[in-house]
Ligand binder design. Structure first.
Ligand SMILES: Cc1ncc(COP(=O)(O)O)c(C=O)c1O
Length: 392
Protein backbone atom coordinates (compact mmCIF):
# COMPACT_ATOMS: atom_id res chain seq x y z
CA UNK A 1 0.00 0.00 0.00
CA UNK A 2 1.30 3.50 -0.91
CA UNK A 3 0.73 6.72 0.99
CA UNK A 4 1.87 10.25 0.26
CA UNK A 5 2.86 13.41 2.05
CA UNK A 6 3.19 16.78 0.16
CA UNK A 7 6.57 15.91 -1.25
CA UNK A 8 7.06 12.17 -0.98
CA UNK A 9 5.38 8.93 -1.89
CA UNK A 10 6.23 6.13 0.53
CA UNK A 11 5.39 2.47 1.07
CA UNK A 12 3.39 1.51 4.18
CA UNK A 13 4.93 -1.70 5.40
CA UNK A 14 2.17 -4.31 5.86
CA UNK A 15 1.55 -6.05 9.15
CA UNK A 16 1.49 -9.83 9.05
CA UNK A 17 -2.26 -10.36 9.04
CA UNK A 18 -2.78 -13.10 11.64
CA UNK A 19 -6.15 -12.14 13.16
CA UNK A 20 -9.48 -10.80 11.93
CA UNK A 21 -9.85 -7.53 13.87
CA UNK A 22 -12.56 -5.04 14.86
CA UNK A 23 -12.35 -1.74 13.01
CA UNK A 24 -11.93 0.20 16.28
CA UNK A 25 -8.92 2.13 17.55
CA UNK A 26 -8.83 2.43 21.31
CA UNK A 27 -6.96 5.50 22.50
CA UNK A 28 -7.80 5.69 26.21
CA UNK A 29 -8.70 3.25 28.96
CA UNK A 30 -9.65 3.48 32.63
CA UNK A 31 -10.98 0.74 34.92
CA UNK A 32 -13.54 -1.27 32.93
CA UNK A 33 -14.00 1.45 30.30
CA UNK A 34 -12.20 2.18 27.03
CA UNK A 35 -12.65 5.02 24.50
CA UNK A 36 -12.10 5.06 20.75
CA UNK A 37 -10.70 7.82 18.52
CA UNK A 38 -14.14 9.42 18.15
CA UNK A 39 -14.57 9.58 21.93
CA UNK A 40 -17.09 6.73 22.02
CA UNK A 41 -17.02 4.99 25.41
CA UNK A 42 -17.22 1.18 25.68
CA UNK A 43 -17.71 -1.17 28.62
CA UNK A 44 -14.89 -3.71 28.45
CA UNK A 45 -15.98 -7.21 29.47
CA UNK A 46 -13.19 -8.80 27.46
CA UNK A 47 -10.15 -7.20 29.10
CA UNK A 48 -8.00 -7.63 26.00
CA UNK A 49 -8.45 -11.40 26.37
CA UNK A 50 -8.52 -11.80 30.16
CA UNK A 51 -5.40 -9.68 30.58
CA UNK A 52 -6.82 -6.69 32.43
CA UNK A 53 -7.04 -7.89 36.02
CA UNK A 54 -6.93 -4.76 38.20
CA UNK A 55 -8.57 -2.42 35.68
CA UNK A 56 -7.08 -0.45 32.81
CA UNK A 57 -4.45 2.12 33.84
CA UNK A 58 -4.91 1.55 37.56
CA UNK A 59 -3.19 4.54 39.26
CA UNK A 60 -1.06 2.37 41.57
CA UNK A 61 0.12 0.24 38.63
CA UNK A 62 0.94 3.33 36.55
CA UNK A 63 2.80 4.94 39.44
CA UNK A 64 4.84 1.84 40.27
CA UNK A 65 5.93 1.36 36.65
CA UNK A 66 6.78 5.06 36.25
CA UNK A 67 8.79 5.11 39.47
CA UNK A 68 10.68 1.98 38.42
CA UNK A 69 11.34 3.40 34.96
CA UNK A 70 13.10 6.36 36.54
CA UNK A 71 15.42 3.97 38.42
CA UNK A 72 16.22 1.06 36.09
CA UNK A 73 14.05 -0.70 33.49
CA UNK A 74 16.11 -3.74 32.63
CA UNK A 75 19.16 -5.72 33.45
CA UNK A 76 19.70 -9.38 32.67
CA UNK A 77 19.40 -12.28 35.10
CA UNK A 78 23.16 -12.35 35.61
CA UNK A 79 22.85 -10.01 38.60
CA UNK A 80 20.71 -9.87 41.75
CA UNK A 81 17.24 -8.41 41.16
CA UNK A 82 15.66 -8.02 44.63
CA UNK A 83 12.31 -7.15 43.02
CA UNK A 84 12.11 -10.78 41.85
CA UNK A 85 12.43 -11.99 45.43
CA UNK A 86 9.83 -9.46 46.56
CA UNK A 87 7.48 -10.67 43.83
CA UNK A 88 8.03 -14.35 44.65
CA UNK A 89 7.27 -13.75 48.33
CA UNK A 90 4.15 -11.70 47.67
CA UNK A 91 2.89 -14.15 45.05
CA UNK A 92 3.59 -17.17 47.23
CA UNK A 93 1.64 -15.59 50.09
CA UNK A 94 -1.38 -14.47 48.05
CA UNK A 95 -1.52 -17.73 46.10
CA UNK A 96 -1.21 -19.77 49.31
CA UNK A 97 1.95 -21.50 48.04
CA UNK A 98 4.73 -19.88 50.07
CA UNK A 99 7.15 -22.79 49.62
CA UNK A 100 6.87 -23.00 45.82
CA UNK A 101 9.69 -21.65 43.62
CA UNK A 102 9.12 -18.95 41.00
CA UNK A 103 10.58 -18.91 37.50
CA UNK A 104 9.76 -15.76 35.52
CA UNK A 105 9.30 -15.45 31.77
CA UNK A 106 7.28 -13.37 29.30
CA UNK A 107 4.16 -15.08 27.94
CA UNK A 108 1.68 -17.86 28.58
CA UNK A 109 3.09 -20.13 25.88
CA UNK A 110 6.57 -19.65 27.27
CA UNK A 111 5.36 -20.47 30.77
CA UNK A 112 3.81 -23.75 29.56
CA UNK A 113 6.82 -24.52 27.41
CA UNK A 114 9.06 -24.24 30.47
CA UNK A 115 6.64 -26.22 32.65
CA UNK A 116 6.57 -29.12 30.17
CA UNK A 117 10.29 -29.05 29.64
CA UNK A 118 10.95 -29.04 33.38
CA UNK A 119 8.56 -31.98 33.89
CA UNK A 120 10.46 -33.95 31.25
CA UNK A 121 13.86 -33.04 32.71
CA UNK A 122 12.71 -34.02 36.19
CA UNK A 123 11.05 -37.34 35.31
CA UNK A 124 13.39 -38.28 32.47
CA UNK A 125 10.24 -39.17 30.47
CA UNK A 126 8.72 -37.97 27.19
CA UNK A 127 4.95 -38.52 27.12
CA UNK A 128 2.49 -35.76 27.98
CA UNK A 129 -1.24 -36.16 28.55
CA UNK A 130 -3.41 -33.26 27.34
CA UNK A 131 -7.15 -32.96 26.79
CA UNK A 132 -9.73 -32.27 24.13
CA UNK A 133 -10.39 -28.55 23.49
CA UNK A 134 -7.26 -27.57 25.44
CA UNK A 135 -5.37 -24.42 24.49
CA UNK A 136 -1.86 -23.98 25.89
CA UNK A 137 -0.15 -21.59 23.46
CA UNK A 138 1.51 -21.43 20.06
CA UNK A 139 5.17 -22.35 20.61
CA UNK A 140 6.53 -25.81 19.93
CA UNK A 141 5.54 -27.98 22.93
CA UNK A 142 2.74 -25.65 24.05
CA UNK A 143 1.09 -25.96 20.65
CA UNK A 144 1.71 -29.71 20.51
CA UNK A 145 -0.47 -30.10 23.64
CA UNK A 146 -3.11 -27.76 22.16
CA UNK A 147 -6.13 -29.49 20.62
CA UNK A 148 -6.25 -27.55 17.35
CA UNK A 149 -4.68 -29.14 14.28
CA UNK A 150 -4.88 -25.85 12.35
CA UNK A 151 -2.20 -24.20 14.47
CA UNK A 152 0.17 -27.18 14.74
CA UNK A 153 2.86 -26.88 12.06
CA UNK A 154 4.36 -30.10 10.70
CA UNK A 155 7.52 -29.49 12.71
CA UNK A 156 5.46 -29.34 15.94
CA UNK A 157 3.80 -32.72 15.39
CA UNK A 158 4.93 -35.29 17.91
CA UNK A 159 3.97 -38.75 19.06
CA UNK A 160 4.76 -37.77 22.62
CA UNK A 161 1.38 -36.15 23.27
CA UNK A 162 -1.65 -38.25 24.21
CA UNK A 163 -5.01 -36.46 23.92
CA UNK A 164 -7.78 -37.74 26.18
CA UNK A 165 -11.37 -36.57 26.61
CA UNK A 166 -11.66 -33.68 29.09
CA UNK A 167 -13.27 -34.51 32.45
CA UNK A 168 -13.12 -38.27 31.75
CA UNK A 169 -11.63 -39.95 34.81
CA UNK A 170 -12.05 -43.47 33.40
CA UNK A 171 -10.06 -42.66 30.22
CA UNK A 172 -7.33 -41.01 32.27
CA UNK A 173 -7.09 -43.95 34.66
CA UNK A 174 -6.94 -46.44 31.81
CA UNK A 175 -4.18 -44.47 30.10
CA UNK A 176 -2.09 -44.39 33.27
CA UNK A 177 -2.67 -48.11 33.82
CA UNK A 178 -1.37 -48.83 30.32
CA UNK A 179 1.60 -46.46 30.11
CA UNK A 180 1.87 -44.65 33.45
CA UNK A 181 5.61 -45.19 33.73
CA UNK A 182 6.19 -43.25 30.49
CA UNK A 183 4.11 -40.21 31.45
CA UNK A 184 6.15 -37.09 32.26
CA UNK A 185 3.20 -34.76 32.84
CA UNK A 186 -0.50 -34.12 32.65
CA UNK A 187 -1.37 -30.57 31.61
CA UNK A 188 -4.82 -29.04 31.97
CA UNK A 189 -6.58 -25.72 32.41
CA UNK A 190 -8.81 -25.50 35.49
CA UNK A 191 -11.38 -23.76 33.31
CA UNK A 192 -10.85 -24.13 29.57
CA UNK A 193 -10.94 -20.66 28.02
CA UNK A 194 -10.46 -20.96 24.27
CA UNK A 195 -12.33 -24.29 24.56
CA UNK A 196 -15.48 -22.37 25.52
CA UNK A 197 -15.45 -21.97 29.33
CA UNK A 198 -15.51 -25.63 30.29
CA UNK A 199 -14.94 -26.09 34.03
CA UNK A 200 -12.79 -29.04 35.08
CA UNK A 201 -14.71 -31.23 37.54
CA UNK A 202 -13.20 -31.31 41.01
CA UNK A 203 -13.16 -35.12 40.80
CA UNK A 204 -11.23 -34.92 37.51
CA UNK A 205 -8.51 -32.69 39.00
CA UNK A 206 -8.37 -34.92 42.08
CA UNK A 207 -7.87 -37.95 39.83
CA UNK A 208 -5.06 -36.16 37.97
CA UNK A 209 -3.37 -35.45 41.31
CA UNK A 210 -3.77 -39.01 42.51
CA UNK A 211 -2.54 -40.66 39.33
CA UNK A 212 0.40 -38.28 38.90
CA UNK A 213 1.51 -39.03 42.45
CA UNK A 214 1.01 -42.77 41.99
CA UNK A 215 2.98 -42.95 38.73
CA UNK A 216 5.57 -40.23 39.41
CA UNK A 217 4.27 -37.78 36.79
CA UNK A 218 4.01 -33.99 37.07
CA UNK A 219 0.63 -32.24 37.31
CA UNK A 220 0.80 -28.96 35.38
CA UNK A 221 -2.05 -26.55 36.11
CA UNK A 222 -2.28 -24.15 33.17
CA UNK A 223 -3.56 -21.06 34.95
CA UNK A 224 -2.66 -18.58 32.24
CA UNK A 225 -6.29 -17.55 31.68
CA UNK A 226 -8.20 -19.03 34.63
CA UNK A 227 -5.61 -18.09 37.28
CA UNK A 228 -4.59 -14.97 39.14
CA UNK A 229 -7.84 -14.58 41.05
CA UNK A 230 -10.17 -14.59 38.05
CA UNK A 231 -12.17 -17.59 39.30
CA UNK A 232 -12.59 -16.13 42.79
CA UNK A 233 -9.74 -18.28 44.12
CA UNK A 234 -6.14 -17.56 43.23
CA UNK A 235 -5.97 -20.65 41.01
CA UNK A 236 -9.18 -22.24 39.71
CA UNK A 237 -7.54 -25.62 40.44
CA UNK A 238 -7.79 -24.68 44.13
CA UNK A 239 -11.53 -25.46 44.01
CA UNK A 240 -10.64 -29.16 43.83
CA UNK A 241 -8.63 -28.91 47.06
CA UNK A 242 -5.48 -30.32 45.44
CA UNK A 243 -1.99 -28.96 44.83
CA UNK A 244 -0.53 -29.09 41.34
CA UNK A 245 3.23 -29.52 40.90
CA UNK A 246 3.56 -26.59 38.52
CA UNK A 247 1.22 -23.63 37.92
CA UNK A 248 1.71 -21.55 34.77
CA UNK A 249 0.61 -17.91 34.90
CA UNK A 250 0.51 -14.97 32.48
CA UNK A 251 -2.39 -12.77 31.31
CA UNK A 252 -3.64 -11.09 34.52
CA UNK A 253 -0.20 -11.17 36.10
CA UNK A 254 0.94 -7.83 34.65
CA UNK A 255 -2.43 -6.19 33.86
CA UNK A 256 -1.13 -5.64 30.34
CA UNK A 257 2.59 -5.47 31.02
CA UNK A 258 4.08 -8.65 29.48
CA UNK A 259 5.11 -10.88 32.37
CA UNK A 260 4.56 -14.58 33.02
CA UNK A 261 5.91 -17.34 35.18
CA UNK A 262 5.64 -20.79 36.67
CA UNK A 263 5.29 -21.71 40.32
CA UNK A 264 7.18 -24.95 40.96
CA UNK A 265 6.75 -27.42 43.81
CA UNK A 266 9.69 -27.54 46.25
CA UNK A 267 10.19 -31.20 45.29
CA UNK A 268 11.59 -30.25 41.89
CA UNK A 269 15.12 -28.95 42.38
CA UNK A 270 16.50 -26.23 40.11
CA UNK A 271 19.55 -27.09 38.03
CA UNK A 272 21.67 -24.35 36.53
CA UNK A 273 21.03 -23.65 32.84
CA UNK A 274 18.08 -26.06 32.42
CA UNK A 275 15.75 -23.06 32.19
CA UNK A 276 16.66 -19.49 31.32
CA UNK A 277 15.50 -16.26 29.73
CA UNK A 278 16.87 -12.88 28.70
CA UNK A 279 13.89 -10.67 29.45
CA UNK A 280 11.99 -12.74 32.03
CA UNK A 281 11.80 -11.13 35.46
CA UNK A 282 13.20 -7.77 34.40
CA UNK A 283 12.84 -4.81 36.74
CA UNK A 284 9.89 -3.21 34.99
CA UNK A 285 7.98 -6.49 34.67
CA UNK A 286 8.46 -7.20 38.39
CA UNK A 287 7.24 -3.71 39.30
CA UNK A 288 4.11 -4.19 37.18
CA UNK A 289 3.46 -7.66 38.64
CA UNK A 290 3.97 -6.41 42.20
CA UNK A 291 1.54 -3.55 41.60
CA UNK A 292 -1.08 -6.07 40.44
CA UNK A 293 -0.74 -8.19 43.57
CA UNK A 294 -0.77 -5.14 45.84
CA UNK A 295 -4.01 -3.90 44.27
CA UNK A 296 -5.57 -7.37 44.32
CA UNK A 297 -4.90 -7.54 48.05
CA UNK A 298 -5.82 -3.95 48.96
CA UNK A 299 -9.08 -4.00 46.98
CA UNK A 300 -10.09 -7.60 47.80
CA UNK A 301 -10.42 -8.34 44.12
CA UNK A 302 -10.77 -12.10 44.45
CA UNK A 303 -13.86 -11.57 46.63
CA UNK A 304 -15.18 -9.06 44.12
CA UNK A 305 -14.64 -11.53 41.27
CA UNK A 306 -16.58 -14.14 43.20
CA UNK A 307 -19.44 -11.81 44.14
CA UNK A 308 -19.82 -10.14 40.75
CA UNK A 309 -19.48 -13.50 39.01
CA UNK A 310 -22.23 -15.06 41.16
CA UNK A 311 -24.50 -12.08 40.56
CA UNK A 312 -23.96 -12.20 36.79
CA UNK A 313 -24.54 -15.92 36.70
CA UNK A 314 -27.75 -15.61 38.68
CA UNK A 315 -29.02 -12.91 36.31
CA UNK A 316 -27.98 -14.79 33.17
CA UNK A 317 -29.71 -17.92 34.40
CA UNK A 318 -32.98 -16.00 34.52
CA UNK A 319 -32.89 -15.37 30.77
CA UNK A 320 -34.71 -18.05 28.82
CA UNK A 321 -32.27 -17.78 25.92
CA UNK A 322 -28.56 -17.71 26.58
CA UNK A 323 -28.09 -21.33 27.54
CA UNK A 324 -25.64 -23.33 29.60
CA UNK A 325 -24.38 -20.42 31.64
CA UNK A 326 -21.13 -21.64 33.16
CA UNK A 327 -17.79 -20.69 34.67
CA UNK A 328 -16.49 -19.41 37.96
CA UNK A 329 -15.95 -15.89 39.27
CA UNK A 330 -15.34 -13.50 36.39
CA UNK A 331 -14.64 -16.19 33.83
CA UNK A 332 -18.10 -16.85 32.49
CA UNK A 333 -19.55 -18.23 29.28
CA UNK A 334 -22.88 -19.06 27.72
CA UNK A 335 -24.12 -20.55 24.46
CA UNK A 336 -25.66 -18.06 22.03
CA UNK A 337 -28.88 -19.46 20.58
CA UNK A 338 -29.35 -19.76 16.81
CA UNK A 339 -31.93 -16.97 17.00
CA UNK A 340 -29.22 -14.45 17.99
CA UNK A 341 -26.31 -15.28 15.68
CA UNK A 342 -24.87 -11.75 15.77
CA UNK A 343 -25.15 -11.14 19.49
CA UNK A 344 -21.45 -10.42 20.09
CA UNK A 345 -21.38 -7.96 17.18
CA UNK A 346 -24.57 -6.17 18.23
CA UNK A 347 -23.37 -5.91 21.82
CA UNK A 348 -20.31 -4.14 20.46
CA UNK A 349 -21.81 -1.93 17.78
CA UNK A 350 -25.16 -1.03 19.37
CA UNK A 351 -24.53 -1.37 23.10
CA UNK A 352 -20.81 -0.51 23.01
CA UNK A 353 -19.80 -3.49 25.09
CA UNK A 354 -16.74 -5.63 24.36
CA UNK A 355 -17.19 -9.34 25.03
CA UNK A 356 -15.12 -12.37 24.07
CA UNK A 357 -16.15 -15.42 22.11
CA UNK A 358 -15.23 -19.05 21.62
CA UNK A 359 -16.07 -20.95 18.47
CA UNK A 360 -18.66 -21.90 17.41
CA UNK A 361 -21.26 -20.02 19.49
CA UNK A 362 -20.01 -19.13 22.96
CA UNK A 363 -19.82 -15.65 24.47
CA UNK A 364 -17.04 -15.32 27.01
CA UNK A 365 -16.99 -12.70 29.74
CA UNK A 366 -13.48 -11.96 30.99
CA UNK A 367 -13.75 -8.50 32.58
CA UNK A 368 -11.44 -6.78 35.01
CA UNK A 369 -11.70 -8.17 38.53
CA UNK A 370 -12.66 -4.62 39.59
CA UNK A 371 -16.00 -4.89 37.75
CA UNK A 372 -18.67 -2.92 39.64
CA UNK A 373 -22.31 -3.74 40.25
CA UNK A 374 -23.28 -0.85 37.92
CA UNK A 375 -21.07 -2.27 35.12
CA UNK A 376 -22.55 -5.73 35.56
CA UNK A 377 -26.10 -4.33 35.60
CA UNK A 378 -25.41 -2.33 32.44
CA UNK A 379 -24.41 -5.54 30.67
CA UNK A 380 -27.51 -7.41 31.82
CA UNK A 381 -29.85 -4.65 30.69
CA UNK A 382 -28.03 -4.33 27.32
CA UNK A 383 -28.27 -8.06 26.80
CA UNK A 384 -31.96 -7.90 27.60
CA UNK A 385 -32.44 -5.16 24.98
CA UNK A 386 -30.60 -7.18 22.34
CA UNK A 387 -32.67 -10.27 23.05
CA UNK A 388 -35.93 -8.29 22.96
CA UNK A 389 -35.06 -6.53 19.71
CA UNK A 390 -34.12 -9.78 17.99
CA UNK A 391 -36.50 -10.39 15.03
CA UNK A 392 -36.66 -14.10 15.88
C1 LIG B 1 -5.01 -21.33 28.93
C2 LIG B 1 -3.98 -20.62 28.09
N1 LIG B 1 -2.72 -21.07 28.10
C3 LIG B 1 -1.76 -20.46 27.37
C4 LIG B 1 -2.05 -19.38 26.57
C5 LIG B 1 -0.96 -18.73 25.76
O1 LIG B 1 -0.63 -17.49 26.29
P1 LIG B 1 0.17 -16.41 25.41
O2 LIG B 1 -0.74 -15.94 24.34
O3 LIG B 1 0.55 -15.35 26.41
O4 LIG B 1 1.37 -17.11 24.87
C6 LIG B 1 -3.37 -18.89 26.53
C7 LIG B 1 -3.71 -17.73 25.69
O5 LIG B 1 -4.85 -17.45 25.38
C8 LIG B 1 -4.35 -19.53 27.31
O6 LIG B 1 -5.63 -19.11 27.30
Amino acid sequence: MWSSTKSKLFLIMPLFDVYPIQDITIVKAKGSRVWDQQGQEYLDLYGGHAVISIGHSHPHWVERIKTQLDKIAFYSNSIRIPLQQELATKLGTLAGKPNYQLFLCNSGAEANENALKLASFYTGRKKIIAFTKAFHGRTSLAVAVTDNKNIIAPVNETENVIFLPFNDVAALTECFQKQGKEIAAVITEGIQGVGGIQVADDSFLQAIRLLCTQYGAIYIADSVQCGYGRSGKFFSHDYAGVQADIYSMAKGMGNGFPVAGILITPQIPAKHFQLGTTFGGNHLACAAALAVLEVMEAENLMDNALNMGSWLMEQLNQFPQPQNVRGRGLMLGFDVPDTLPDLKKSLLTRQHIFTGEAKPNVIRLLPSLTLTQADAAQFISSLQQEIQSSPN
